[in-house]
Design a protein around this ligand. Structure first.
Ligand SMILES: NC(=O)C1=CN([C@@H]2O[C@H](COP(=O)(O)OP(=O)(O)OC[C@H]3O[C@@H](n4cnc5c(N)ncnc54)[C@H](OP(=O)(O)O)[C@@H]3O)[C@@H](O)[C@H]2O)C=CC1
Ligand SMILES: Nc1nc(=O)c2c([nH]1)NC[C@@H]1CN(c3ccc(C(=O)N[C@@H](CCC(=O)O)C(=O)O)cc3)C=[N+]21
Length: 299
């Protein structure tokens, strides 16, 4: 049976380090890291995530601001809010919760966040810095950064000689994850919906990362014996067995089959998810160190 990679426990460890780093920063320069999360509309799942981010930020000793805008907010109004946060010296990290309501255009909003405050790592500047390996001044997208922390717990920092396969090529996850694995010396294959013989490609992976949003798509016989499996997907499905109206989360990996073959595997929930919020806190403290002219710790 595969070893379970306990994302919740590892996230708690990293949160402890972030908290320490925030205290050190305050002692050295008087700066308290500030995180602003902007949420537009009333999608209940998004509100749950944003509330969790706010709780974690407070736990880390941050100054935490949540800006809730109505579903009818216009593009101009939203951009004004982001512009204000860009100018606010108490705010070191700005995150606009995605997806935005359909009438709003995501791209210009994300791109106008100052790269130094772009704790989601989604601006072209930060994506470019990752691509050229500038880890000193860039900020890295939270979910891939968190997934790499989990990979390093299994394999250490150097992935030389290992084959990594990433299924999914989004800007939010797949592309930056591929870059991080490559920077750690893995041999990386990017797979997606147009890939031929996906099962055969997955079977070659020493590190298999699934991020498609297709529940339980990766079957047990797609997994190489002993491989490390990182399951990023989150699909909420009805769970009437838990009571009326209840739901549960499914990953992109058929867990029960895969855990019999893999060497190490992340569960859903309790795997990558908790790491995402944690790396958001890590990015915020990193941004606050840099804003104070100090060298930032790494996590
Ligand atoms: N745990 C966490 O913290 C987070 C979890 N997520 C979850 O991760 C999943 C992926 O998110 P995200 O990257 O934003 O999603 P996107 O929908 O942006 O991208 C999905 C990717 O998967 C590929 N894909 C879709 N279907 C298949 C298929 N049948 N075979 C092979 N590839 C396929 C798509 O290929 P193509 O490009 O060809 O269309 C695309 O590249 C979602 O479930 C999301 O909820 C996301 C962020 C954070
Ligand atoms: N600008 C932006 N940045 C994001 O990083 C971003 C976003 N928008 N929009 C939505 C997605 C999704 N996302 C998750 C964060 C935490 C969990 C998480 O904590 N999951 C828990 C379970 C949570 C539950 O039970 O619902 C777990 O997997 O154990 C999941 C998903 C961040 N996202």
């Amino acid at each position: 049976m595969a070893r379970l990679i306990d994302g919740k426990a590892i996230a708690a460890e990293v949160v402890g380090k972030v908290k320490d780093a925030a205290e050190t920063l305050k002692a050295k320069s008087g700066t308290v890291p500030g995180l602003a999360v902007v949420i537009v509309g009333d999608d209940p799942a998004s509100h749950t995530y944003v509330a969790a981010k706010g709780r974690r930020a407070k736990e880390c000793g941050f100054h935490s601001v949540q800006i809730t805008l109505s579903a009818e907010t216009t593009q101009v109004e939203l951009e004004k809010v982001v512009a204000g946060l860009n100018e606010d010296p108490a705010i070191h990290g700005v995150l606009v919760q995605l997806p935005l309501p359909k009438h709003l255009d995501e791209f210009p909003v994300i791109q106008m966040i100052r790269p130094e405050k772009d704790v989601d790592g989604l601006s072209v500047v930060n994506a470019g810095k990752l691509a050229i390996g500038d880890f000193r001044t860039g900020l890295i997208s939270c979910t891939p950064a968190g997934s790499m922390v989990l990979v390093r717990r299994v394999h250490g920092d150097d992935l030389s000689g290992l084959n990594a396969v990433v299924v999914g090529r989004s800007n939010l996850f797949g592309k930056p994850m591929g870059q991080l694995l490559l920077a750690a010396n893995a041999t990386v294959t990017m797979a997606h919906s147009r890939t031929a013989d996906l099962a055969g490609i997955c079977r070659k992976a020493d590190i298999l990362v699934a991020a498609t949003g297709r529940a339980e798509m990766v079957k047990g016989d797609w997994v190489k014996p002993g491989a490390t499996v990182i399951d990023v997907g989150i699909t909420r499905v009805p769970a009437p067995e838990r009571g009326e109206g209840k739901t549960r989360l499914l990953g992109d990996v058929a867990f029960d089959e895969a855990e019999k073959v893999a060497g190490a595997i992340t569960p859903v929930p309790g795997g990558v998810g908790p790491m995402t919020i944690t790396m958001l806190m890590a990015n915020t403290v990193i941004a606050a160190y840099r804003a104070s002219g100090l060298e930032a710790p790494s996590f």
